[in-house]
Design a protein around this ligand. Structure first.
Ligand code: NAP
Ligand code: MG
Length: 509
């Protein structure tokens, strides 16, 4: 019953507290909207300020905790998440709809990040290097930056918060996170695991509520030094502008329109398998979704027929049922966006060979289900082949050569992920070199990143940083270069070059 759904507060200073407004908002299951997952604190600028107050205070001591001890807490976080993986995955499927297998993968990413960054606690390597002067020592070390504000999306409700949080914490920063309104429960669960791992109060804080009412005041707070956002390019731009006047570090991970090139020598079974997974995994709601399939014209008819057959056969429904292969769209407005794009594709003259409609069967009436949709006969100018749809829709564009495929792939505002299916190593290497993207796969679709490699994109996908991997440490630390002179004199770099160290070249006669 709706009234028995749990009520969750904000996590501030190691306590669950209601919003200052005392209001809550509902979180419902997108596969069955009669199912209320919980009520969450409907916060505003006052709650954001409370959380920053606490995070700024906690920073004073957390930054001085030795890295190995910070790492040990993250290691315990990984163990706790591993123990609770099934429960947290079920909560995630209920709140955002992805099938259980994928929700388990999402929690697993958080586990992987916790162990990766746990290990970094004993590394956080800097460089030592010789000085140009005698009796002088030179090195660089990573320093924490301060309070970090995270604004995260609903499609990877635990993995993305974990990418950001584990890297920030191991470097010695404190955190305030505002999760997406559609998926606060996974971040509440993450906070519980961090608490049980022994993280001191105030180091990690959660404030739930809308982007405009909580997110904007949070990131504008002058005490926030780093803003890390994952979401749409439109909101990313607004955030970038809001942070510019105070020169905050801003880390933006945004949209994608990710191409798979399928060459005429490809193993077509494999390519179809990859395209199904890449296009319809998480109902196409991945920033790395394979939403453009650039297929050599010699194989495009066969590829299209195989793909359409597989798409039509996908079992769509509640992700809590293990037999289901694809869940719903996240909410009604996203469903409307997807249906609008399907109409746009048809109006533009793209041929719909699978799906193309909202599902209306008995299992679908209470949720936001769209049939897996394949458009073919597309060209690069069509909106369905250019714009991010964020739903189970993919567009096939025929190509005549590798060069044309690369040209079309790069003719995009985005540059997150890319892939090629080919048996020819030469083609694979040319594509690897020339595709403009932060991620590239050979004989895999555009999804499936591993946590210990850098994640992020070029062009309007990102603004030059990377998440995950060791690259994440560069976002959450500042380099400090240190010189120690033990010569007893003031030696001047570049000027007091020791005699004989660099003889001038002989003059030509
Ligand atoms: P979104 O609408 O941009 O929302 C993302 C987050 O920003 C949410 O927490 C949202 O809060 C908040 N927000 C919205 N307006 C805001 C404002 N004016 N000020 C501050 N915060 C604001 O994106 P989404 O629909 O949740 O996610 C889908 C998008 O994310 C897609 O474009 C996808 O490509 C991208 N994405 C990118 C990556 C990547 O790594 N490149 C990964 C995943 C997703 P509310 O929930 O309250 O609106
Ligand atoms: Mg929900």
């Amino acid at each position: 019953m709706a009234s028995s759904a749990p009520i969750h507060g904000n996590w501030i200073a190691g306590k669950w507290v209601p919003a200052r407004s005392a209001r809550t908002f509902e979180n419902r299951n997108p596969a069955d909207v009669t199912n209320l997952v919980g009520r969450f604190a409907d916060s505003d600028a006052r709650d954001a300020k409370d959380a920053v107050d606490v995070a700024a205070e906690a920073y004073k001591s957390w930054r001085l905790v030795p890295g190995p001890q910070r790492g040990e807490i993250l290691y315990r976080l990984g163990e706790i998440l591993r123990d609770r993986k099934e429960d947290y995955a079920r909560d995630m499927t209920r709140e955002m709809g992805k099938v259980l297998k994928e929700a388990r993968g999402d929690v697993q990413e958080a586990i992987d990040m916790a162990f990766l960054m746990g290990g970094e606690g004993r590394r956080l390597h800097g460089q030592t290097t010789p000085s140009e002067l005698p009796n002088k020592f030179a090195m660089s070390v990573r320093s924490p930056i301060g309070v970090c504000a995270f604004i995260t999306p609903w499609n990877f409700p635990m993995a993305i918060p974990a990418w950001k949080t584990t890297a920030a914490l191991v470097c010695g920063n404190t955190v305030v996170i505002k999760p997406a309104t559609d998926t606060p429960l996974s971040v509440v669960n993450f906070a519980r695991a961090l608490e049980d791992a022994g993280l001191p109060p105030g180091v990690f804080n959660v404030v739930t509520g809308s982007g405009s009412k909580v997110g904007m005041p949070l990131l504008k707070d002058p005490r926030v030094k780093v803003v890390s956002f994952t979401g749409s390019t439109a909101v990313g731009q607004t955030i970038n502008e809001a942070c510019a006047p105070t020169f905050k570090h801003v880390h933006l991970e945004m949209g994608g329109k990710n191409p798979i090139l399928v060459m005429d020598d490809a193993n077509l079974e494999l390519a179809v398998d990859g395209a199904i997974w890449g296009a319809f995994g998480t109902s196409g709601q991945r920033c790395t979704a394979s939403s453009r399939l650039l297929v050599h014209k010699k194989v495009v008819r066969r590829f299209t027929a195989m793909l359409a057959e597989r798409a039509n056969a996908l079992k769509v429904g509640s992700g809590l049922d293990e037999k289901i292969e694809m869940g719903p769209s996240i909410n009604e407005s996203q469903l409307d966006t997807v249906l609008d794009y399907i109409s746009i594709g048809k109006d533009e003259g793209a041929k719909c060979v699978a799906g193309g409609r909202r599902l209306a069967g008995k299992a679908h009436t209470k949720g936001w289900f769209v049939a897996p949709t394949v458009f073919t006969d597309c060209n690069r100018r069509m909106r369905v082949a250019r714009e991010e749809i964020f739903g189970p829709v993919t567009s096939i564009v025929p190509i005549t050569s590798l060069e044309e495929g690369i040209d079309i792939a790069n003719d995009s505002d985005y540059g997150l992920s890319s892939a090629i299916f080919t048996q020819d190593v030469n083609k694979a290497f040319v594509a690897m070199r020339d595709l403009e993207a932060g991620i590239f796969y050979v004989n895999l679709p555009t999804i499936g990143a591993e946590t210990h490699l850098p994640f992020g994109g070029v062009k309007k996908t990102g603004n030059g940083h990377r998440e995950a991997g060791l690259a994440a440490l560069d976002v959450f630390s500042e380099w400090k270069s240190i010189y120690v002179d033990y010569s007893g004199t003031i030696q001047k770099a570049q000027i007091d070059v020791p005699a004989g160290a660099a003889r001038p070249p002989k003059k030509r006669t």
